[in-house]
Write a protein that binds this ligand. Sequence first.
Ligand code: ADP
Ligand code: MG
Length: 565
Amino acid sequence: MIKEGQIGVSTGNIFPIIKKFLYSDHEIFLREVISNAVDATQKLKTLSDVGEFKGEQGDLSVRVSVDKEARTLTVSDRGIGMTAEEVENYINQIALSSANDFLDKYKESANAIIGHFGLGFYSTFMVASKVEIITKSYKDEPAVKWSCNGDPAYTMEECDKSDRGTDIILHIDEENGEFLEKGKIESLLEKYCKFLPVPIVFGKKQEWKDGKYVDTDEDKVVNDVNPLWKQKPAGLKDEDYQAFYRKLYPMSLDEPLFWIHLNVDYPFNLTGILYFPRIKNNIELQRNKIQLYCNQVFVTDSVEGIVPEFLTLLHGVIDSPDIPLNVSRSYLQSDSNVKKISNHITKKVADKLEEIFKKERTQFEEKWDSLKIFVEYGMLTEERFYDRAAKFSLLKNMEDKYFTLEEYKRVIEGSQTDKHGTLVYLYANNKEEQYTFIDAAKGKGYDVLMMDGQLDVHWMGLLEQKLEKTRFVRVDSDTVEHLIEKEEKSTVELTDKEKENLTEAVKSLVPPIAKTEFNVDFKSLGEAGRPIQITQNEFSRRMKEMSAMQPGMAFYGEMPDMYQM
Ligand code: ADP
Ligand code: MG
């Protein structure tokens, strides 16, 4: 006998769970309430567009206010409001959202809606002991007052409210008094609401008068309703992008190198601007500066796992309603949409670099020293990117001339081949210390590359694997003397296990920027294509040497036993 049934939820139990565990960050309640107000406003605009709402829209600003004495925080909008029935449906039933119904109905003309899961509203109970809703629908129906003090029981009654729209009144509880502080709210608005599409007003603009700041009569709008990434690239100038960069990173002193304006609507929706920051060699990179938005609501500035590792070094914004943002990070990383988006971004970045390389090679070369760390990092960590970037990544020689891999091959083909037909790329990483060797090599008619970047050692290792018959040899190693004549020591193939240990070892050598899987082989730590076999002392010496070469970075790590002599 089969029994069928429906799993029941006991609201008495579910409430404390929602209150405690729904979101890890209490502060996001404000984002949720304001995004509901924005949704309600956007819906009103949509209804007005399709002629279903014929009245005056009036001032559609969303207003946030705090009353410290009454311990309340209020968010008011002039959106569509709710009828008693809608409150019954969408508020009294947890996890029911009106977003899908609305989008289904107004597919063609709907403005973007933030809500989705029907959970956001209840996040208010993380900070409030009591929540009141006073709402009046755009439909000609009485206003409703709903009130709940954090257990499943609520009250609902008709009330007086002449204006269309909704006030959400949060009675902030004892532990969360910080949310009654003006400064705190300002910083949250700055973080989450800076680019929302509807004006958000908090307090009055101030002016300097008689030695202090005083409020004026003018409302203070905290957001930019039409951020640059939402605008059409064709109408934008370089200065606009530079100004927007300063808006995103007020503390940054440098102009970005260049930028990519992302604008995709098929097969997923994605807009944004990615900036390549200017990096002086050997300066600690700042990662995770990209901000992720969902319909202009700030979601996170930790994009690890969402964009490919090497792109976390870029700056800028990504906005997509298709990234399921309200869910956990581990889910995000396995989501297929997210994977597609991430591949797409990688492709766009490669396209842009290739375009600049082809159209403005001189400019590209000028920027290469700043740029190359991204490109090398990308090539080391993303197969797909390697294939693209191999065409435009550059090698710089001692005369500061730049060559593509293909071009450079032709430069040394005739003169720098050993007896096995392997091309030998000579390089230096310290002009001052190695100048006698550099001069000697040049005297022999050889060309010497400059390889002093943070990732050059690893990159050369990668190129040795990828390019046929290619070896990188440091200019002061003894092989240079006998470049053509000397019999090579045979190389030892590493077993898989050894390679695995190697990768681990390399990872521990490379500072945080390069902590992903490199498929680097130990020979890139040694030289001349031989797997390294050295004493622990020698190993430590080299680590010190590498650290000295790269000011501000410490190389450390332990030599796996099997590589010790
Ligand atoms: P979601 O935003 O994901 O739909 P919420 O829990 O945040 O879920 O809100 C549930 C529903 O309550 C919304 O879908 C909307 O119908 C209604 N709602 C909440 N706030 C407002 C508001 N300020 N104006 C009109 N409707 C609102
Ligand atoms: Mg919501």
